[in-house]
Design a protein around this ligand. Structure first.
Ligand SMILES: Cc1cc2nc3c(=O)[nH]c(=O)nc-3n(C[C@H](O)[C@H](O)[C@H](O)COP(=O)(O)O)c2cc1C
Length: 199
């Protein structure tokens, strides 16, 4: 069976909030309930896997080191998914540092000889489930969305879109009826198949 970007079979939720069980996570768990039976669903709390600061060693003597076993396990868990979902609230009009930290590592991983990280990302789907505190105006989500859209484009991934919830304290999002409604078909709707820049 070929993989359609519209119906992910293996979804990795990348939890990037600085708290457990927050609004973005609750909204993502709500949306995940609509995934078809048989979908493999993985939840990964990024801060548990990225403890060291990212170092830009592109031009350093010797370049990047070979990733250790823990890092390689994270890479393979990432590449096992056919959809990567950032579950990331809005912090200061942007993605939280944990999400950014993960993306920074891609700059290393795509340079690991023999890994073919960039090529293996190609054709996967990228999406965002987010939450923020401004009830009325979703414009604060635009930098985070644009960042991920461009990252998808750069890596040859398909961009599904963003599911946006509202709230401050954990659980507020469960009163956001529009977000809950949108969550019901978020993973079932078609994905833009156009990839403007392949690796
Ligand atoms: C460090 C920090 C920065 C925040 N910056 C913004 C912001 O720029 N705009 C906004 O609407 N909400 C902002 N918020 C509020 C959160 O987006 C909101 O509480 C959200 O529900 C948190 O998501 P979570 O429950 O999934 O952790 C910020 C919260 C924190 C802790």
């Amino acid at each position: 069976m070929s993989t359609s970007p519209s119906t992910p079979r293996n979804v990795l939720f990348l939890l990037a909030s600085a708290r457990v069980g927050g609004n973005a996570e609750q909204l993502a768990r709500h949306a995940a309930q609509s995934l078809p039976a048989g979908t493999v669903v993985d939840w990964l709390r990024l801060e548990e896997h990225l403890r060291e600061p990212f170092r830009d060693l592109r031009h350093a003597p010797g370049g990047y080191p070979k990733p250790g076993p823990e890092m390689l396990a994270l890479i393979e868990r990432t590449l096992a998914a056919d959809e990567l979902v950032f579950v990331a609230p809005i912090y200061w009009y942007a993605l939280p540092s944990t999400a950014q930290h993960f993306l920074e590592h891609w700059s290393w991983w795509k340079r690991v000889p023999g890994l073919r990280f960039r090529e293996r990302l190609e054709g996967k789907v990228l999406s965002l489930v987010t939450a923020h505190a401004s009830d009325e105006d979703d414009v604060v989500t635009q930098p985070a969305i644009q960042s991920l859209k461009w990252s998808a484009d750069y890596t040859g991934m398909h961009w599904r879109g963003a599911l946006i919830g509202h709230g401050t304290a954990p659980g507020h999002v469960l009163s956001d009826t529009r977000a809950l409604e949108a969550a019901r078909d978020f993973f079932l709707r078609p994905v833009d198949n156009s990839v403007t820049r392949a690796a």
